[in-house]
Design a binder for this molecule. Sequence first.
Ligand SMILES: [Zn+2]
Length: 200
Amino acid sequence: MKFQIIAGDICLDFINTLDHRPDPARQQELLNSYEDLADWATHAGAIRATQRTSLLRLAEDRPQAARIALRNAVHLRECLYRLVQDSLERRRAADADLRTFSGYLGEALSYLQLRSVPGGYRLQWTDDHLRLELILWSIARSASGLLTSGDSQLIRQCDAETCRWFFIDRSKNHTRRWCDMKVCGNRAKARRFYREQKRT
Ligand SMILES: [Zn+2]
């Protein structure tokens, strides 16, 4: 499978779509087309499969607009990366990043409306929400929730130096070290095993 959804949060999984971020030689962009973006978003739960179908049809009709939406998605992703990194390192975020993010969030909110549902209320996209940017709005909306919630204190980065994927550490004692035990955890275990073998 092309996309690994491991973070426990849409915004963090989105940031992880630039793979091997710390190592320029190995860095790999996983979002190379609007279709990639739509596939990732469906897989991560940012949009539904039926929305994906409609969005891909739109992208096919408007390739230039789809390219712009993809470029904006990467722009939003890198902004989110800096915001999360600043928060982890307890730094004040740059005004430019706060403004950029607020711009995407403001657009997202303008397409949301409060609906009455049995037992309460729900925020729902307006009827004319089906635009190529829907994926960005969905991410911005989800990110605003994460960044302002207690869960932001549980954001960690994978221990592997060339990975550093973000995730929410919901383990009981908050000791999760790897993005995915099968990927980075096993690699580290194998390295440790190899070193110990060499010593004996
Ligand atoms: Zn990792």
